[in-house]
Design a protein around this ligand. Structure first.
Ligand SMILES: Cc1cc2nc3c(=O)[nH]c(=O)nc-3n(C[C@H](O)[C@H](O)[C@H](O)COP(=O)(O)OP(=O)(O)OC[C@H]3O[C@@H](n4cnc5c(N)ncnc54)[C@H](O)[C@@H]3O)c2cc1C
Length: 382
């Protein structure tokens, strides 16, 4: 999509969304509670998106995408948000795991997994974090030992988003416990979540949802052809997977803008003493200013990428500022009174707590900025 006409692209997508988004799914996000019926209607919506090639526009054309550049992806995010259209069922799969399969996978793996992932036929999760390996991912302990044509996997993962609904998992395992450094000796396996020995225990979060899980693996046999990339070369695969995680900040910022609109409406509708309403509006305006700055920051990162340059500090900076703003906004909504403790408001408020942890914690973003971009002295290693 080298010299695409952005406005024509926007018009085509807008018309398609007007005709196709099911009313009962408008405004639904995967972060809300998933019932089996919801899952089925999301799957059917996902198929419709995939058939029209709107599910993963950044994917190459041969895999059902449009080879869209970052500017089209931005327009796509804006129009999906404008139409309150839910994204595909496999957000982690499409934007993180698929690029790793495209880069490191065999032709057989690409043929077997990509199309089903695109259409939401298989739901994917990412099994990286463990109880003793989060920020310090390289300390992971889940092992895989080769025995004839299979790897035998034992260990535990945690915080696995979509784990309770997942059919497949990109799992990081230790294949060489004697490697010279901890980063070597890790491999990436594509694991069927319905295999014998996989036990998924949903984790109920503060919001009451069960989209997270622990995953216990006991003598799980994974065929050797499900190794992704080289044996003991999983760190490279993992870093490729995670490098795509930042791309979503602009979408998140757009969603925050909608939330702010609702906050202003709620302040106007609430019967508050004038001074209190004015103080709340002032705080909400502060959030709006931050949101606009963040929006520009995200767009600058996108424009930099579009120009073929490395966005550098912009990505960790955008993640850091977005997560802090999520929590600032939550403090504003809490002041709206008892109504802020119900429904969507309550879910958003509770979810905002996880923003400073998911996708790299605040402290880790600050370390990256200090170390790589400000040139401050490195943290002493324990
Ligand atoms: C919403 C959400 C979705 C997630 N989805 C997934 C998923 O699908 N798959 C998956 O594998 N994982 C997932 N995770 C896990 C996530 O990747 C980890 O929670 C994250 O990497 C932090 O690891 P941890 O929880 O073990 O905390 P720890 O790494 O143990 O950190 C604990 C505290 O110590 C601080 N800290 C750690 N190291 C340093 C340091 N060097 N210097 C200063 N402070 C430090 C941290 O900032 C934090 O405050 C998800 C988490 C959340 C919240």
């Amino acid at each position: 999509m080298a010299s695409v006409n952005l406005e024509a692209f926007r018009g085509e997508l807008r018309r398609w969304l007007e005709d196709n988004v099911p009313d009962d799914l408008r405004g639904f996000t995967l972060r809300r509670r998933l019932t089996p019926e919801r899952l089925e209607s999301l799957r059917s919506w996902n198929r419709r998106l995939a058939d029209a090639r709107w599910a993963a526009i950044a994917w190459p054309v041969e895999y059902g995408g449009r080879a869209a550049g970052v500017l089209e992806q931005l327009v796509h995010a804006e129009e999906m948000d404008r139409a309150s259209a839910p994204g595909p069922l496999n957000p982690i799969g499409l934007s993180n795991i698929a690029p790793a399969i495209m880069q490191f996978g065999t032709e057989a793996q690409k043929a077997r997994f990509l199309d089903r992932m695109l259409r939401g036929e298989d739901v994917w999760c990412q099994g990286f974090s463990e109880p003793e390996a989060g920020s310090d991912l390289a300390s992971l302990r889940t092992t895989a030992v080769r025995h004839r044509n299979v790897f035998v996997v034992n260990g535990q993962k945690v915080w696995t988003t979509l784990g309770p609904h997942a059919d497949w998992c990109e799992l990081l395992v230790r294949t060489d416990p004697h490697a010279r450094t901890r980063h070597r000796g890790i491999s990436a396996l594509l694991v069927d979540m319905h295999s014998e020995g996989v036990e998924v225990r949903p984790l109920r979060t503060l919001t009451g949802g069960e989209e997270f899980s622990e995953v216990f693996l006991t003598d799980v046999a994974v065929p050797v052809e499900n190794l992704l990339g080289e044996l003991d070369g999983g760190w490279k695969v993992a870093m490729t997977t995670l490098s795509y995680e930042r791309a979503g900040v602009v979408t998140l910022t757009l969603r925050m803008r909608r939330r702010l609109d609702r906050v202003f409406e709620a302040i106007a509708a609430a019967e508050l003493p004038a001074a209190q309403a004015a103080a709340l509006r002032q705080e909400a305006m502060g959030c709006l200013v931050d949101q606009r700055c963040l929006d520009y920051l995200g767009r600058r990162a996108i424009a930099t990428t579009a120009a073929g340059q490395d966005p550098g500090a912009l990505s960790p900076l955008a993640k850091l500022r977005w997560s802090l703003l999520e929590q600032r906004l939550e403090r504003v909504t809490a002041l709206l009174g008892p109504s802020a403790l119900e429904g969507l408001w309550a879910e958003e408020a509770l979810q905002s707590r996880s923003a400073t942890i998911a996708g790299g914690t605040t402290e880790i973003q600050k370390l990256v900025l200090a170390d790589r971009f400000l040139g401050l002295p490195r943290e002493p290693s324990p």
